[in-house]
Design a protein around this ligand. Sequence first.
Ligand SMILES: C[S@@+](CC[C@H](N)C(=O)[O-])C[C@H]1O[C@@H](n2cnc3c(N)ncnc32)[C@H](O)[C@@H]1O
Length: 451
Amino acid sequence: MIEKNEYFDVEFTDMTHDGMGVCKIEGFPVFVANALKGEKGQIKITKINSSFGFGRLLLLTEMSPFRKEPICEHFAECGGCNLMHMNYQMQLDFKKHRTKETLRKLGRIDTLVNETVGMVNPYYYRNKAVIPFAEENGKMIAGLYKNRTHDIIDMKKCYIIPKITTDIIKFLKNVFVELSIPAYNEKTGMGVIRNVVIRSSNKYDDISITLVTAIPKLPKKEIVIKKIVSKFEKVVSIIQNYNPEDTNVVLGKKSKVLYGEDFIIDEINDVKFKISHRSFYQVNPAQTEELYKKAIQYAEVDENHTVIDAFCGIGTIGLSVASQVKEVLGVEVIKQAVEDAKENALVNGIHNATFVAGKAEEVIQTWKSKNVDVLFVDPPRKGVEKEFLETVVQMKIPKIVYISCNVSTLARDLNYLQANNYEVIEVTPFDMFPQTSHIEAVAKVVLKTSN
Ligand SMILES: C[S@@+](CC[C@H](N)C(=O)[O-])C[C@H]1O[C@@H](n2cnc3c(N)ncnc32)[C@H](O)[C@@H]1O
C-alpha cells in the first residue's frame, strides 16, 4: 500500500486526457503533472484516492525526445496550456490517440481517425479572452486562474491570446488604478471590476471590450472610454455588463453599449459574420475555416439538398454552406445569436436560410415532415439530448456531420447512432486549442442503406 509523502522512482507509461503522466506503483495508477509518456523520474505522492493517486515530479532521470521547454513563464502555475511541455507534433499525435481511444472505449466505435489538423503557428490564436480582475495585497492584478483554484496569476504575457489583448489588459489595469476604480473582491462582495472580456476580429482586427462590473454604473465611464479609444484605435465596441450575482458565470443579465456598436465583424471562408458580445463564436478563426471546409466536404451537398444547422450560434456553418444547397434550417437557443444569424444572412445576400430560436431537441420536431438530406450538429460540451437523437433516427436523415468539442460526449452520441442503423465513416480531429488538451473533432456519419 502506498502512502502520501512517500518517494518513488517511476516510469511513465501513459497519459491522462488532460496531459498528466501516468505511472503505476504496484499496479496502482498515479498521475503526475509535467511528465510525459516514456519518461522516467522521481516523484513524491501528494494525494491518494481509492483507485488512483497524484504525485509531484521531483526529478526527471530520462527525458522524452518529444519534450519541449514551455515558452511561457506562467506554465507551472497556470493550468491553461497544459500541453506546452510537448513539442507540437506530440500534441497533435496525443489528440489523435485520445480521440481514437475515447471513441473505442466509451463509444465502442472502431473507425478511421485521421491525423489531427494542426496550425502553422500554434500561438496567439484565441480571439476571445476572459480576464478576471482582483486586488492582492493592495495591488490590482488581472490574469488567468491558477490551476484548479480561484487565485489569479497577474499575467505578464500569454502565448495563446493576441499580443494586443495582453496590452489592453495591462493598460486597463493602469487606468483603473489611476482612476481609483477597484477590482471586485469575491470574498467581501465589494469593489467594481469583475472581468474584462476582449474579442477580436481575425479579418478586420476590430476589437470589442466588455467590462463586467459588480455595480450598476461604471464610475468615471467617460474618462475610461476616452482613454481606451485614444490608445487603441481598433476598439470599435465597449460594453458594460452588470453582474451582481455571487456566481462563476461571467456575464450578468444586463448590458449596455458605452461606445460604438454591440458587435464586431469577422469573416469565415468569405462569409461575413456579425458577432454580438453574448453570442458564441469559435475562438480560433483560422482553424474554423479548415474545420468548416472538412465539415462541408463530409456533407457532400448539392443544390437540391435541405440541410439543418443544429446548435447554429450566429449561423456560421449554415451560412457557409448556403450557396451550395437549396435550403438551410438553423436552430439555436440564444435569441440574440439567432437575430445575428438572420442579419448575417441578409448582410451576405443569403435568402435560403431560416433561423429559429429554441431548443434543438424541440425545434427539430417541427421539421419532421421535411425531407432533410444533411444534419450538421455542433452542440456544447455536454453533447445532444437523447430526445434529439431519437428524432434524427426517426427522420432517417441520410447524412450527419457531427462537430464536437468534447470527444467523450461525441463517443456517447455516436454510439447511439451506431446502434440505430448509422455508420461512423471517419473522424478528423482539429487542433482548435493548441497548447491545451482540448480537442475539437468532426465526424462523418451515414445512414446504412438496406441493400
Ligand atoms: C459549440 S457552440 C456552436 C455554435 C456554432 N455552430 C458555431 O460554430 O459558432 C454550441 C451552441 O449551442 C447552443 N445551444 C446550447 N444548448 C442548446 C439547445 N438545447 N438547443 C439549441 N442550441 C443550444 C449554444 O448557445 C451555442 O451557441
